[in-house]
Design a protein around this ligand. Structure first.
Ligand code: NAP
Length: 285
């Protein structure tokens, strides 16, 4: 790897965000408010259990409250929606996170849409997505927010750059594309039907890997000096870009792990603290 390749250290970015949040949590505590995130896990997927535990631990470390609701794998859409509606009504709850994926008998979209916009700290509702697309106040999906936060932390310019996003999922590829567009990047969004993907990736000043396939983005596709944000996380702790090969060409790159992942959790905490602060003033989000 060239000595000048900047490793975008997600742990460092997350650490700084959390330091700032700790002060805001203290200020809220002085007003008698403890930011509270409720995570809902349906079924027994071990990876999901790990993610939920990590999010809960991160909350508690910061002096926030984290409640976990674990529902049986046979839960119906109606039962899940009822639980979410109950949380919407509970003024002690500031953020609701429904861990994806849910068992297949559940209509995940219907469940996501049941989350009140003011508590949609994970940015999963269609309304939240639309508000973000328009650039209005709403909590963006946490991983797209993390990608932008990393670029900003390192002062890497977005405006006028050609950003190539590989992936168009509703929680990652699409929202990150819109966020970069709102920051005046020229954005190309690629997906499984894209032709000559290598040639398109080679045009990217910024490349966001959001494919869900290990080491999918090849080093030879990367333009010399590009900035690579690898949002992927696959078995064996590997990202969606071939890290070693891409780092040779890139001017800056996120590692996996300790790149986008820790910042994603920090953004979730930030959105929950934002929601708790908003709950203390009139004219909530
Ligand atoms: P997803 O819903 O499976 O979406 C994958 C996207 O990649 C789809 O848009 C798909 O295109 C596209 N794609 C698949 N094969 C392709 C190909 N051969 N060429 C070009 N595009 C292709 O995945 P996701 O939920 O967005 O997650 C993507 C990655 O991010 C995963 O590795 C996941 O683990 C990771 N992730 C990380 C975090 C974090 O905190 N770091 C959070 C969320 C996700 P089509 O639309 O045409 O099918």
């Amino acid at each position: 790897m060239p000595e000048q390749t900047l490793i975008l250290d997600g742990a460092r970015v997350a650490g700084e965000i959390k330091e700032q949040l700790a002060r805001r949590v203290e200020a809220l505590a002085a007003k008698g408010v403890v930011p509270c995130l409720v995570t809902i896990l349906v079924g027994d997927d071990p990876a999901s259990e790990t993610y939920v535990r990590m999010k809960g631990n991160a909350c508690r470390k910061l002096g926030m409250e984290s409640k976990r609701i674990h529902l049986d794998s046979g839960t119906t859409t109606g039962e899940l929606v009822d639980v979410i509606r109950g949380l919407n009504e509970d003024s002690a709850v500031h953020g609701i996170l429904l861990q994806h994926p849910v068992p297949e008998q559940i209509d995940e979209r219907e469940a996501f849409e049941a989350i009140a916009i003011a508590k949609d700290v994970d940015g999963v509702t269609a309304l939240g997505f639309a508000q973000n697309a328009f650039g209005y106040a709403a909590y963006p999906s946490c991983t797209p927010a993390a990608v932008v936060a990393i670029l900003d932390y390192y002062g890497l310019p977005i405006e006028g750059r050609h950003a190539v996003v590989v992936g168009r999922s509703p929680i990652l590829g699409k929202p990150v594309s819109l966020m970069l567009l709102n920051r005046n990047a020229t954005v190309t969004v690629c997906h499984s039907k894209t032709q000559r993907l290598n040639e398109i990736v080679a045009l990217g000043d910024i490349v966001v890997a959001a494919v869900g396939k290990p080491k999918f983005i090849q080093g030879e596709w990367i333009k010399e000096g590009a900035v690579i944000l690898d949002a992927g996380y696959n078995e064996g702790n590997v990202g969606d870009a071939d890290y070693e090969a891409c780092a040779v060409k890139a001017s800056a790159i996120t590692p996996v792990p300790a790149g986008v992942g820790p910042v994603t959790i920090a953004m979730l905490l930030k959105h929950t603290v934002d929601a708790a602060e908003k709950s203390t003033v009139e004219g909530k989000l």
